[in-house]
Write a protein that binds this ligand. Structure first.
Ligand SMILES: Nc1ncnc2c1ncn2[C@@H]1O[C@H](COP(=O)(O)OP(=O)(O)O)[C@@H](O)[C@H]1O
Ligand SMILES: [Mg+2]
Length: 239
């Protein structure tokens, strides 16, 4: 394990529907680090998370976690190792209440968790909706928090988050920022966060990877790369 980064990917490429969607993607992450992945729509950010989480198999490349090659592990096996994933659209289970959703999540795989674990997850994200409410009645922010609570109750070591601020208003985004900062700085959770708006990463990302058309065009500290020629061309002038 020594000398190996906490999490890394190496030379990932992916084809979808006969098109090359990702090419030559490599980066690493330290424990407790927040790495932002930015890039215009269609850059391949979500496809990259699909590979890192184990839902898609890449055409080439490897993924490593805690000194181990996890490239052949499924989404479920990676979740068991402590890699949590959130989605761009917060899909909650239909026809379940909040309490039933927590119960299903507690019993999703062994060891089954207790109500106290669920309560712990809920508290971390300050989720305060009554347990008898149907999940379909929740607003976007509450849905995102509910799904995060169900992940956090298993004490993940790292999170892969796809646009967690999408559909939220500024005060809600600030709260998500605070939660992510607490998870990384106080609980040492490594976070890969996809976001297409650069300004939202300024306050939380230690480093960023900039993607365009399936490739990494820059990576480093946000302040250092924001003025780079390549980033400007791909990012700002396209908008
Ligand atoms: N299932 C699919 N089949 C074919 N092309 C896809 C599929 N999913 C995504 N793509 C294409 O892959 C590219 C990257 O998409 P995506 O990873 O969703 O980008 P981002 O999350 O950065 O907006 C886009 O051009 C998109 O149209
Ligand atoms: Mg996306």
């Amino acid at each position: 394990m020594q000398g190996m980064p906490f999490f890394s990917c190496e030379d990932l490429s992916l084809n979808l529907g006969g098109r090359e969607v990702l090419r030559n993607i490599s980066f690493d992450l330290r424990e407790g680090e927040v790495l932002g992945i930015i890039g215009p729509n269609g850059a391949g950010k979500t496809s990259l998370l699909e590979i890192l989480s184990g839902r898609f198999r890449p055409k080439t490349g490897k993924v490593y976690f805690e000194g181990r090659n996890i490239s052949d592990l499924s989404l479920f096996e990676r979740a068991r190792l402590g890699i949590g994933r959130t989605y761009q659209t917060p899909l909650v289970p239909e026809e379940l209440t909040v309490g039933e959703t927590f119960k299903a999540a507690r019993q999703a795989y062994e060891p089954w968790l207790t109500r106290f674990d669920a309560e712990y997850g809920a508290q971390l994200v300050r989720f305060r909706v009554p347990y008898d409410r149907p999940t379909t009645s929740l607003k976007t922010f509450e849905r995102r928090k509910l799904l995060m609570a169900t992940l956090l109750m298993r004490h993940p070591k790292m999170l892969l988050m796809d646009e967690p601020a999408a559909g939220l208003i500024n005060a809600e985004i600030d709260e998500i920022d605070q939660i992510l900062r607490m998870l990384s700085k106080e609980m040492n959770v490594g976070i890969v966060i996809v976001e297409h708006r650069i300004e939202l990463l300024e306050s939380i990302a230690d480093r960023v990877v900039v993607m365009d058309a399936g490739e990494i065009i820059a990576q480093g500290e946000l302040a250092d790369i924001i003025d780079s020629e390549a980033v400007r061309a791909a990012y700002f002038e396209a908008h």
